[in-house]
Design a binder for this molecule. Structure first.
Ligand SMILES: Nc1ncnc2c1ncn2[C@@H]1O[C@H](COP(=O)(O)OP(=O)(O)OP(=O)(O)O)[C@@H](O)[C@H]1O
Ligand SMILES: [Mg+2]
Length: 276
């Protein structure tokens, strides 16, 4: 834990030193909330990355329901999206991490559904990054076959253009084909702040979603907190214990803004996704 605290402090200093601020710079080519953002804007990577067209059935098999919007469950994600968006816009937050106490609570499913739900809003630029470096599956869920490495972008050895793909005009996705065992070391490495900055500069996203690893399994999520404006905690009904949720909330408090807790996989509730 001391190692993490030291890393968090160091990253905070780097963040200040590098002038990384959650406040949007209108002079930088981005517009006020709700304003039309021009596509293919010079100086951004949106026009320079490859594209992908997901297969609707493949996505549906992975419970990504906000792509086709034929499953009524997409309404729950659209409501969640709107609540998250309102809070983030009100606070001028751009970067959200999605984590959970333990594995299998639905982080990746929720990250992907939020990303596609946001992509339906033409005025918003959304970027999704797979930061579960030990067990990256976002590419697989999307049916992406390219051997991309967003980890190499964070390390500064490869470019955003080489490792992100775009769906439509306004959703970019960074995936990892290989798992990385020393992931906490990578995330605490001083170079990661530069990689995070490179992604933001390249896309100037309105919302940047990081699909994080679970908190109680490794140091990774905690190590990355200094790069986030806020966090959404996903709990699995009949999976996450109250004491686990409490512990995660306590660990997060003071380090980052906690947007709320989503209760996923509720069998008996009238709504599948609770949010408080
Ligand atoms: N609301 C839901 N109802 C039923 N199944 C779900 C729901 N949400 C997710 N799942 C399923 O639960 C499994 C775990 O989901 P997911 O991979 O999104 O969790 P995760 O938190 O990202 O896991 P990990 O910690 O391993 O990365 C998947 O098979 C997914 O399809
Ligand atoms: Mg996952």
């Amino acid at each position: 834990m001391e190692r993490i605290q030291a890393a968090i402090q160091k990253a905070k200093e780097q963040r200040t030193g590098m002038g990384i601020s959650p406040v949007r710079d209108p002079a930088n080519g981005t517009a006020a909330h709700g304003a039309q953002i021009p596509r293919g804007q010079a100086g951004t990577a949106w026009g320079e990355i490859g594209t992908f067209e997901p297969d609707a059935e493949h996505l549906a098999r992975h419970r990504i329901v906000t792509f086709a919007d034929t499953d009524p469950a997409h309404n729950h994600f659209d409501m969640l999206r709107t609540k998250i968006l309102r809070t983030m816009q009100r606070n001028d937050w751009k970067t959200i991490g999605i984590t959970s106490p333990t594995s299998g609570c639905g982080k990746t499913t929720i990250s992907l559904n939020l990303a596609f739900s946001l992509s339906h809003q033409p005025n918003l630029r959304t970027v999704l990054v797979d930061l579960d470096l030990r067990r990256p599956v976002v590419g697989k869920h999307l049916g992406i076959t390219e051997t991309h490495s967003v980890a190499s972008v964070l390390q500064g050895t490869h470019t955003v253009q080489e490792n992100f793909l775009r769906y439509g005009d306004n959703l970019a996705v960074g995936t990892n084909a290989q798992s990385i065992r020393a992931s906490a070391d990578l995330l605490m490495d001083a170079r990661t702040a530069g990689g995070v900055r490179a992604i933001k500069d390249a896309f100037r996203p309105d919302i940047l979603i990081y699909d994080l690893p679970p908190m109680l399994v490794s140091d990774d999520a905690m190590a990355f907190l200094p790069h986030l404006d806020c966090v959404l905690l996903v709990a699995g009904a009949e999976k996450s214990r109250l004491d686990e949720i409490d512990k995660c909330e306590q660990d997060l408090a003071g380090q980052v803004n906690v947007l709320g807790v989503v209760l996923n996989m509720c069998r008996y509730a009238s709504e599948e996704y609770g949010y408080y």
